[in-house]
Design a protein around this ligand. Structure first.
Ligand code: FAD
Length: 410
């Protein structure tokens, strides 16, 4: 027998859960809602953690998804600093840290993602940071303020964003990455090269094609060494080596899991009435015709909202084209729709040298993804063409012509 019952149990205190709770109320549901999160804070947006919050330009509260008072005002019970320890999908109960057992009608699992930890020699040294939460950002800022040189491991978003944030504030930064060119895994070598040139022009050093061998230090990190023998002295390290879905709770509960919690096109897990959303959700994408899991701020929000509708009986496919953004200090902002798993052609549109362009990634004559720097209006059209599967094989020249009307394609 559970200690008590709720109508909606939202597991995980991040973007997806917070938006799910808000949407349940927005749609007029007066069912009881319990949101349980491991972190001490109410749900917050993580993008500032590597950007304005890291630079000391914003406060924690600026990133809260809903003001703290919103939860009480809207009858949403918020339990922070608490884990959901286990889930019984047959009895439809969850054990909360502290011992309480809660029965639920419907549940959302939005447990997010965990950073990949590099277990190499010297990993126990002080001054080696990972970045996911406010506390990590505080520790990096404190170390960077006293550091002459910070090394970033990883040439993707976290590595480039943190390098930009810290070097904009006067800290010398070097990026060490396995990929030859920064950001090339998502955007290809050509667009990646554009971003790499930009950060190098601002003083960030980039060492591509390098795999970390060890951290060196005598209690505190003093250098990194790569497999090729490159050695770089530093006072602190920030590792951005990717994340993986936090699907541990779901797995222990017997839900189907692959590289995330397996969901159908409606974001429902292998057990009816239990949904997943955000970084942990691996769903059947009706847009892409394949299973997809992405770690994007907008997707966590949209999926949280969508799951709320389906928990209330709407039963709709999730068909939003994933959108991502990233800021490199105030040097450049990028936006992206996709994700393109692979592509056979890139079409550039706009002014590359002037820093206002879009790149279209085409696969078999269709838009698989698009990147924009300063051309958001292009992205809206790319999103439409991607969603509708428009054949653009006869429209390459029109796409490449920055003056053409994209709305007439398709
Ligand atoms: C530093 C940083 C910068 C980013 N910048 C961008 C950006 O510029 N653009 C962009 O599109 N995306 C960005 N992202 C990604 C984006 O923030 C994530 O995609 C988004 O936060 C995912 O939301 P979520 O709700 O799925 O998970 P999360 O925000 O991770 O929330 C999940 C929460 O659940 C908690 N939890 C896990 N297990 C349990 C349990 N058993 N019981 C209770 N609680 C549990 C976790 O501790 C966590 O607090 C960034 C991410 C980081 C870390």
């Amino acid at each position: 027998m559970a200690d008590r019952e709720v109508d909606f149990l939202l597991i995980g205190g991040g973007m997806a859960s917070a938006h799910c709770a808000a949407e349940l109320r927005k749609r007029g549901s007066d069912g009881s809602v319990l949101l349980v999160g491991r972190e001490p804070e109410p749900p917050y947006e993580r993008p500032p953690v590597s950007k304005e919050y890291l630079r000391g330009e914003s406060e924690r509260a600026d990133a809260y998804v809903n003001p703290p008072s919103w939860y009480e005002e809207n009858g949403v019970e918020l339990l922070t600093g608490r884990n959901v320890m286990s889930l019984d999908t047959e009895a439809r109960t969850a054990k909360i840290q502290g011992g309480e057992e809660v029965g639920f009608g419907k549940a959302l699992i939005a447990t997010g993602a965990m950073v990949n930890i590099l277990r190499v020699e010297g990993a126990e040294n002080e001054g080696i940071h990972y970045l996911r939460a406010f506390g990590n950002s505080d520790a990096i800022r404190a170390d960077a303020e006293a550091a002459e040189h910070v090394v970033l491991i990883g040439g993707s978003y976290i590595g480039t964003e943190v390098a930009a944030s810290l070097s904009a504030q006067g800290t010398r930064c070097s990026i060490v990455a396995m990929e030859d060119v920064a950001l090339s895994r998502t955007f290809g070598a050509d667009a990646g090269g554009w971003f790499q040139s930009l950060i190098e022009s601002k003083g960030v050093s980039f060492h591509g094609g390098e795999e970390l061998e060890a951290f060196e230090g005598d209690g505190r990190v003093g250098a990194i060494v790569t497999k090729s023998g490159l050695s770089i002295e530093c006072d602190a390290v920030v590792v951005g080596a990717g994340v993986r879905a936090d699907a541990m709770l779901a797995q222990r509960a017997g839900l189907e899991v692959d590289d995330g919690i397996v969901c159908d096109s409606k974001l429902q897990t292998s057990v009816a009435g239990i949904y997943a959303a955000g970084d942990c959700c691996s769903y059947d994408s009706v847009v892409h015709g394949r299973r997809l899991r992405v770690e994007h701020w907008d997707v966590a929000m949209q999926q949280g909202i969508h799951a709320a509708g389906n928990m209330l009986g709407e039963d709709r496919d999730y068909d939003v084209v994933p959108y991502f953004f990233s800021d490199l200090a105030d040097w450049a902002s990028l936006e992206y729709v996709g994700p393109a798993r692979d592509w056979d052609e890139e079409v550039w549109r706009g002014d590359r040298d002037g820093g206002e362009f879009s790149v279209w990634y085409l696969k078999d004559g269709r838009v698989a993804g698009a990147l924009s720097v300063g051309r958001s209006e292009d992205l809206a059209q790319a999103r439409r063409m991607l969603a509708d599967g428009v054949d653009v094989s006869a429209a390459r020249e029109a796409i490449a012509d920055a003056g053409s009307d994209l709305s007439s394609i398709g």
